[in-house]
Design a protein around this ligand. Structure first.
Ligand SMILES: Cc1cc2nc3c(=O)[nH]c(=O)nc-3n(C[C@H](O)[C@H](O)[C@H](O)COP(=O)(O)OP(=O)(O)OC[C@H]3O[C@@H](n4cnc5c(N)ncnc54)[C@H](O)[C@@H]3O)c2cc1C
Length: 390
């Protein structure tokens, strides 16, 4: 629907990740007349779907097709390479828009709070995963050339993601969009052991079944677990879906406990009940901490609506954000109901629009096609911006 911009409310959504897109979707379902700006500090949309979700899980990344459709709507503008707080203040944004949705996510690696965690061979999972996924702020990965033993601290799916990407063979990563330099560094690393370490028992792990089971199907890595740690049951007090998930995890882990360590080039050890109290050189050549994330202080006030990870904290999968964002969209619509339209000039400094992103996308997909991959990501800020300009 083409509209006269001066005759309708303007909503800014800061952060073009899943929760930002779902918020735009929720708004347009009830108020198709709204004018929406989806603003992101990166020249590329999709937040953690592009930069967090593991590069070998292309099926999960396919959700972006629905987000792409929103970008084709004439009243939805993508404004990439615009960082709120740097290029435009939150106050300016509030002054220029009738409502502001904050969908900025939460990706500062949480600290373990133990001696040794600032040693150079200790990496937070976000820094590591952002490197694998070609985030332009994280172009330098760890030196893997002498890494034999890796400690992965944490018992969630991100721990499985990083362990799996390290353990998979180059052939198994062949259809992924891992950045080539990371893929080559992993393939050349002399890896022998990856220990996934949980501070609590296996009945408390937050792995999900499909992701855990995948660890048992890797061509160059065997998954093992100590049977003594598995003599437990899923907590009976948990709600049924949780109990079933945990029982399934235990069943899969008991399968792993029958495997023979060393029967493939890499052994992935599931280690439980091992709280980390310090990190010292010697035991591992690389430690990856996968213990969750923190965010920055966000603006508060009238007409500001947080959503997604920025609102709820770093929990929940991509689909979890949909219901939440749709509910917040309804709050925004209620807030806009009796409000006079704000007038004034367009506050947004436009840098990379949807066409600019499409030029990046096209270039990446074309480079990928030459080597049989979904895409080869552009990772350099200047190259990204030049490509967007065309
Ligand atoms: C490593 C990892 C792997 C994951 N794997 C899966 C998976 O396999 N399956 C699954 O369902 N879920 C997965 N998740 C969870 C999923 O990614 C999140 O649920 C989802 O991305 C949260 O969406 P969001 O929009 O709230 O935040 P984000 O996706 O983080 O998006 C926030 C956006 O805001 C932008 N931004 C931040 N600050 C500013 C600013 N000041 N100005 C402008 N823009 C800004 C960022 O650049 C980013 O694009 C994973 C998460 C991580 C960390």
């Amino acid at each position: 629907m083409l509209i006269d911009a001066s005759m309708t409310h303007r909503v800014a959504i800061v952060g073009a990740g899943p929760s930002g897109f779902y918020a735009a979707d929720g708004l347009l379902r009830t108020r198709p007349d709204l004018r929406i700006d989806l603003i992101d500090r990166l020249p590329t949309p999709f937040g953690l779907v592009r930069a967090g979700v593991a590069p070998d899980h292309q099926g999960t990344k396919a959700v972006v097709r629905q987000f792409e459709r929103l970008l084709t709507q004439p009243d939805v503008r993508f404004a990439g390479n615009v960082e709120i707080g740097r290029d435009l203040s939150w106050g300016e944004l509030q002054a220029g828009y009738d409502a502001v949705i904050v969908a900025t996510g939460m990706v500062i690696d949480r600290k373990l709070g133990v001696p040794g965690e600032d040693l150079p061979f200790v990496w937070g999972s976000w820094k590591f995963v952002a490197w694998l996924n070609g985030h332009p702020d994280f172009r330098q990965g760890p030196d893997l050339s002498a890494v034999r033993k890796v400690g992965v601290i944490g018992n969630g799916n991100v721990a499985l993601d990083v362990a799996r990407v390290l353990a998979k063979s180059p052939e198994e990563m062949g259809k992924s969009d891992i950045v080539p330099e990371a893929g080559e560094a992993i393939a050349a690393a002399p890896l022998t052991d990856i220990c996934i370490i949980g501070r609590r028992g296996p009945e408390q792990a937050s792995f999900t079944g499909n992701e855990l089971a995948e660890m048992g199907r890797l061509s160059r890595a065997v998954a093992v677990a100590d049977p003594a740690a598995l003599a437990v049951e899923a907590p009976t007090g948990d709600p049924t879906p949780e109990r079933l998930r945990k029982a399934k995890n235990l069943e899969i882990l008991r399968g792993f406990s029958k495997n023979v360590p060393g029967s493939k080039p890499i052994t992935v050890h599931f280690v439980f009940n091992r709280p980390i109290t310090r990190i010292e050189p010697g035991e591992f050549d690389l430690v990856l901490t996968c213990i969750g994330y923190e965010g920055v202080e966000l603006p508060k006030g009238e007409g500001i609506f947080p959503v997604g990870w920025a609102k709820r904290g770093p929990t929940g999968t991509i689909p979890t954000n949909r219901g939440d964002s749709h509910a917040v969209a309804q709050q925004v619509i209620a807030w806009l109901k009796d409000r006079d339209l704000k007038s004034g000039p367009d506050p947004l400094p436009l840098s990379v629009d949807a066409d600019g992103w499409r030029r990046i996308d096209k270039a990446e997909v074309a480079s990928g096609a030459r080597i049989g991959r979904p895409r080869v990501k552009l990772t350099d800020w200047k190259v990204l911006l030049d490509t967007a300009e065309g």
